[in-house]
Design a protein around this ligand. Structure first.
Ligand code: NDP
Length: 330
């Protein structure tokens, strides 16, 4: 028997709630690889999966959330993995459609796993987690589209959140000048410690403007917010620059015009971590191990246990989690 955070639905109220329970291996879904989970984390999507409605992501209860985890292979019927191998998992709708990482054991498909890259342990991998992995994908996409440090400042929106914190630290380490947008002025020192040199107040950039183009300011952008902020940012990009659209913490709408695309050659790059092909996953994790300074990562960590998760899920949906939560499931 082992511990897991199980979400159950109350048939009368129709509301779901989570608690730590003891379950057995036979309760787990089928999978080619059994992983002894060491750490998981809290991403925005986990907040949705932990909510009383399941956020439109969880369809079947009882459910074990946790969209990512890192740990050690315990048993495998697939040749690619053997007991003792260190692995990390993000995406593939694990923690949403399939039971996830808020459990001391997980059964998953071998295709979903990535070997832990040299230079990262399981705790560090989950300090990065889906949010940080996606931040890396965003930086890679911007670089693939020609972004260079001497082009000018790069904007990171939702900077004090998970995606934003990791993007800030990676970009600063790669020599980019980073401007962080935050709605929490009290996080300014934290963002500067990660390498941001400019703090932009959320209100400054959240207001809608009637002008489709403003002065050319940003050489790139990692956007975790979407909505009106993304629309505004598009009009502030330098000629030919790109925005990596990662998240929707501020809304799924995009009240924009096409003018920045047509008159300034601005690119809007979509970033998806869930179905990302294996080769690019490997590339991204290896880049995380080399490009993200581990002392900066350490400064982002808020430790937690399985029983802290219901509260943390609510906090992240309110935009109240700073940096990255690392959940020690043992
Ligand atoms: P966090 O909650 O940690 O970060 C989001 C940040 O956005 C907050 O910390 C806050 O930053 C800012 N924010 C929150 N609400 C608003 C608002 N109403 N208006 C403007 N800014 C706001 O979440 P994550 O970093 O884990 O995820 C960020 C987004 O990226 C989410 O939408 C998530 O779903 C998405 N995502 C997408 C992935 C993909 O594959 N495309 C993978 C991972 C995440 P501050 O306080 O600094 O303003």
């Amino acid at each position: 028997m082992f511990n897991a955070l199980v979400v159950e639905k109350d048939e009368e109220s129709g509301k779901a709630s989570a608690s730590v329970k003891q379950i057995g291996l036979d309760a787990l879904p089928e999978g080619e690889v059994t992983v002894a989970v060491e750490y998981s984390t809290v991403n925005y999507k986990d907040g949705l999966c932990l909510s009383s409605s399941g956020g439109g992501l969880v369809r079947k209860y009882p459910h074990i959330p946790g969209i990512d985890f890192a740990g050690t292979v315990e048993a495998s019927s697939d040749d690619r993995y053997k007991p003792g191998d260190k692995v990390v998992l993000t995406g593939w709708r694990v923690g949403e459609a399939h039971w996830g990482g808020y459990s001391q054991k997980a059964n998953v498909r071998a295709d979903w796993l990535v070997p832990l890259p040299d230079g990262l342990n399981a705790r560090q991998a989950m300090a990065v987690g889906t949010a940080g992995f996606t931040a890396m994908l965003a930086v890679m996409a911007l670089q693939d589209h020609g972004m260079k440090p001497d082009h000018g400042p790069v904007l990171v929106t939702g900077a004090a959140g998970g995606v934003g914190s990791v993007a800030t630290a990676i970009l600063a380490n790669l020599g980019y000048e980073v401007a962080g947008v935050t709605g929490r002025p009290e996080t300014a020192d934290y963002l500067k410690s990660l390498g941001a040199t400019q703090i932009v107040a959320r209100e400054e950039i959240n207001e809608t403007t009637k002008r489709p183009l403003e002065s050319e300011t940003w050489a790139g952008c990692v956007d975790a917010v979407g909505g009106a902020m993304l629309a505004r940012v598009l009009g502030q990009m330098k000629y030919g620059a790109s925005v990596a659209s990662v998240g929707l913490a501020g809304g799924a709408g995009l009240p924009a015009t096409v003018i920045p695309f047509l008159l300034r050659g601005v690119n809007l790059l979509g970033i998806d971590s869930v179905m990302q092909p294996y080769d690019n996953r490997l590339r991204a994790w290896q880049r995380v191990a080399t490009d993200l300074p581990m002392d900066k990562l350490e400064a982002m960590i808020q430790p937690a246990t399985l029983s802290d998760l219901p509260q943390l899920g609510a906090d992240i949906l309110q935009g109240q989690v700073k940096g990255r939560v690392v959940v020690d499931v043992n």
